[in-house]
Design a binder for this molecule. Sequence first.
Ligand SMILES: Cc1ncc(COP(=O)(O)O)c(C=O)c1O
Length: 363
Amino acid sequence: MPGFGRHRLPDWRLAPKVAYLNHGTVGATPRRVLARQDKLRKKMERAPSAFLLREVVPMVGASAGEPGKLRAAAAEVAAFVGAPAGELALVTNVTAGINAALRSLRFSPGDEILMLDHCYGAIANAARAIAGPLGATLIIATLPVPVTDPAEVIAAVEAALTPRTRLAILDHITASSALVLPIAELTRRCQARGVTVIVDGAHAPGAIPLDVAAIGADFYAANLHKWAWAPRSCGFLHARPERHAGLHGAIVSWGMDAGMLAEFEWPGTFDPTPMLAAVEGPGDAARRGRGRGADLRSRARAARPGPPGRRAGRDRARAGDHGRHDGRGGAAGAVRPRRRGQRAAPRSPVPRPSRRGQPGGPR
Ligand SMILES: Cc1ncc(COP(=O)(O)O)c(C=O)c1O
């Protein structure tokens, strides 16, 4: 069944009378992925402890120490997003990933954390809650409106960097304005000035080709339960190897001090079926064309080294051109400005941070 649109409705459990447009906030999951999750749930309920503690995260019994199903799923996600498997952990959502990254950093009074005025309010809150009590201040860089060139974004960020900037939390695709930012270049410029970079990639997986390693941020966190059509709750955190020391899961549990992968694998008793089913994906990439919305498995395969044609998306991403992916011009360009007459994207469901310099952060 080619294309997309109303005739694809049977692929989803959405109410027929609802025109569902809010995948950016709460993504909907296709029937095929939900069916996979249902199967996993049934299996889990037949023998909960064997499933969870031996198969999924081998914590007890003969298989202890062996990688389990969760690690295998994480490895597939890593291939899908262009990250080494040993540097990526599955998390319940991007908020959890960024909270963990923030807690691993040390802040001193006078340190500045740079964010954009298009940032997601909950993430600004996390920065304020974690770094604020240590004396760090949130600085909000204002992007020009409308943005017509990636260079304007780079200039706005550079203008807001000061010798006190310690961390930049940058969006890959902004929530309220749907701009695809020149994230690799922004990361490079910040790191060149000694600034640690956390990328909020909540909207990137499944929406645009992604090469996390090529972006080179210290941390890259994202959701799979938005545009990659994974069941809720499923996201990931990537951390460069030099960032693993002192990095704990947002919830500290049995994996403490056992390395990044173990830190995140068991956040207390939980339902891993969204993460295990995530690799099922929607699976109709070929029919929809151009790889957009591809299922994780076929996208991961396409991302592996192979004939040049299959590597094209990855190579473009490696060139730092993360927004320029669609041969037809859709979402082309590192910044995607609103067209004249186009209505503004809906505002974030949470309040936007105010501009600059309040003690401990915005709002
Ligand atoms: C840019 C951005 N960051 C973070 C989040 C938070 O996502 P989650 O609630 O799944 O952690 C969202 C949610 O819409 C978002 O748009």
